[in-house]
Design a binder for this molecule. Structure first.
Ligand code: OAD
Length: 259
């Protein structure tokens, strides 16, 4: 069973574990961007999408059934992400990575660029990038200008995706949908980093979506210390050594402060 700590009361030995780590791996999910204003995948949706959960929209079947609905959802999320800023959780990770003597790997399930905008180098975006596009049929990448939605207001109507200039297929977002394979390099590189890590910190993920949720278990096999930062208990909590119950924007700056 993990030791559970409130974000404002992280014991010194946990802070020391972080401070003394030389090869930490940080695995993040939607929760780390929540305080920036990017809704997680479990939140209720509004406007055009109120009858759908985010899970319902993130599938090839949903795109085939209603390309405009799914395309507009991703384009609107792009506009939202462009309009928000990294939060103290992203900044804490970037500062930790820049510390002398620390080789910190960041791997995220998030399709946003908030880690990078905080100044962190990201080894892997396990579920792709919302800013990349490719043809749904032939797979050829497509360059598109940024979407021009107001990311805070649901658009009045859905607009269909553009067509591929090579084959005429629909253009799709460069994200991984349920039922699709993760980019093999991203997964393998993260797995290798976790195997070589001396500490694994998991922040802001429900630990529900596989195979990303299996990555922390590679640390477990090796006895590497595992720390979770999340306001709620998750599917991964029981394998953790320490669970810090709080928002990542509060907990991470405390956890990774220099000693
Ligand atoms: P989820 O939306 O499943 O879970 C978000 C997690 O973040 C939950 O455990 C929340 O308790 C936690 N959380 C919320 N606010 C937080 C905060 N301020 N600080 C820390 N944690 C917070 O997101 P993921 O686990 O990332 O995949 O979801 C995994 C995948 O499911 C996504 O990448 C996406 C989704 O469907 C695909 O689209 C394939």
């Amino acid at each position: 069973m993990p030791a559970v700590h409130a974000a404002g009361q992280i014991p010194d030995d946990v802070v020391r574990l972080v401070a003394e780590s030389r090869r930490p791996v940080v695995l993040t999910g939607a929760g780390i961007s929540a305080e920036s204003g990017v809704p997680t995948f479990r939140e209720v949706q509004t406007g055009l999408w109120e009858r759908f959960s985010a899970q319902d929209l993130a599938t090839p079947e949903a795109f085939e059934a209603d390309p405009a609905l799914v395309w507009t959802w991703y384009r609107w999320r792009q506009s939202l992400i462009r309009a928000v800023e990294p939060n103290p959780g992203h900044h804490a990770i970037a500062q930790w990575q820049q510390r002398d003597g620390v080789e910190l790997t960041v791997s995220t399930q998030n399709v946003d660029d908030l880690h990078e905008r905080a100044g962190a180098a990201v080894l892997a975006h396990l579920h792709g990038s919302i800013f990349a596009h490719r043809c749904y049929e032939c797979g050829i990448p497509a360059q598109l200008p940024d979407a021009e939605y107001d990311g805070f207001e649901s658009p009045p109507e859905a607009e269909g995706p553009p067509q591929c200039e090579h084959c005429g297929g629909w253009i799709r977002p460069g994200v991984v949908w349920f039922g699709e394979m993760l980019p093999a390099d991203a997964f393998e590189q993260t797995a290798a980093a976790v195997r070589a890590a001396d500490l694994v910190l998991v922040a802001g993920t429900s630990g529900i979506v596989q195979p990303a949720a299996s990555l922390p278990l590679l640390a477990l096999e090796r006895g590497t210390p595992l720390i979770e930062v999340n306001p709620e208990e998750t599917e991964l909590s029981e394998v953790m050594d320490h669970c810090v119950r709080g928002l990542s924007g509060d907990a991470l700056p405390t956890l990774v402060r220099s000693r």
